[in-house]
Design a protein. Structure first.
Length: 332
């Protein structure tokens, strides 16, 4: 639990991000806010194109330089505003305070560098006083942490399986003991058995090292296993936020969250077909005037198409929906 009057490790306030080209403007992230403490895991859930990866890249100031732009809002890390950091402070922050596990381990590794060289590069940047023996010692230490024998340090990426490559990428992220790890779909390319091993390992590392984590995923099963808090993202907005218990057990939910759960097979119920959410996410260059989910929502009311919904709050549970903010009475 957070202490009163305590500055959170990470705080995002009213973040708005666009991608602008000569032809169009994409409204990728539209006014999101959240906090994260050390040792906590936040699950960021939503369909492809919801703005999850854009949010993650903005936390490291890795948005495309010519097209991506933060147009409003603030990101503070341990009380320091990210926008005011100079190049050297950014270098120290990336990998030192915050590390990212990118989506595809197959393309995240350099095929012509050994695993030791790739992990050691980050260690050398953040610990310039280390000699070669100390760097190699730390490389072997983090390989052991993720379950890879230290004698594999001199191997190349093509000598590892998909699951082992993912462990190498996680080792790279852990190399400098970051306070926050952002895991962007860390198990997408892996089979189910390896997925379970990687998720279990990441959970153990979080508990052992006290590292905060943002888990970006489509998989609500992974969220249930690993996350303390959950943020449901749709069309660049956080439409439902709460503890894992709120999201999985509360009586009231955003219709989109209900749709996500309806798309998951239930082993206890026999059905001929699952119940996917109809339609597609709105065009981010031309978002609806009212609620972005209104065109697909089976609870849609006239006000939903014309007016942005307010936020219903019950403790830490927040739902951005007209159903719960006075436009309609009762729940679902």
């Amino acid at each position: 639990m957070s202490e009163v009057n305590h500055t959170p490790f990470l705080e995002v306030k009213d973040l708005r991000i666009i991608y602008k080209t000569d032809l169009e403007t994409v409204y990728a992230v539209n006014g999101i806010s959240f906090k994260l403490e050390k040792g906590q895991t936040l699950g960021l859930v939503g369909e492809t194109g919801a703005g999850k990866t854009t949010t993650a890249l903005s936390l490291l100031r890795l948005l495309p330089e010519r097209t991506g732009k933060v147009v409003d809002g603030t990101i503070t890390i341990e009380g320091q505003d990210l926008a005011t950091m100079d190049d050297e402070a950014l270098r120290q922050m990336r990998g030192g305070q915050i590390a990212m596990i990118f989506q595809d381990p197959m393309t995240s590794l350099n095929p012509v560098m050994t695993v030791a060289d790739q992990i050691g590069e980050s260690i050398m940047i953040h610990n310039p006083e280390f000699n070669k023996e100390q760097i190699l010692g730390r490389v072997k230490e983090v390989l052991n942490l993720v379950g890879i024998a230290e004698n594999r340090a001199s191997d190349y990426p093509h000598q590892f399986s998909g699951g082992m490559k993912q462990r190498v990428v996680i080792a790279m992220a852990l190399a400098c003991n970051p306070h926050l790890i952002i895991a962007d779909e860390p198990t997408t390319a892996l089979d189910v058995t390896i997925q379970a091993q990687v998720i279990s390992m990441m959970r153990n590392l979080r508990d052992t090292l006290g590292t905060a984590m943002i888990m970006i995923t489509h998989d609500l099963g992974i969220v249930a296993q690993t996350c303390d808090n959950v943020a449901i993202m749709y069309a660049g907005e956080l439409i439902e936020v709460g503890t894992a218990e709120d999201i999985f057990c509360a009586e009231k939910h955003h219709p989109y969250t209900v749709g996500l759960f309806g798309s998951i097979p239930n082993l206890n119920v026999k059905v001929d077909r699952l119940s996917p959410i109809p339609g597609l996410m709105p065009d981010p260059t031309n978002l609806p005037e009212g609620c972005p989910f209104a065109p697909r929502c089976n609870k849609c009311m006239p006000i939903c198409e014309k007016q942005k919904p307010g936020v219903y709050q019950d403790g830490e549970h927040q739902i951005r929906c007209h159903l719960f903010t006075g436009a309609a009475k009762g729940g679902q």
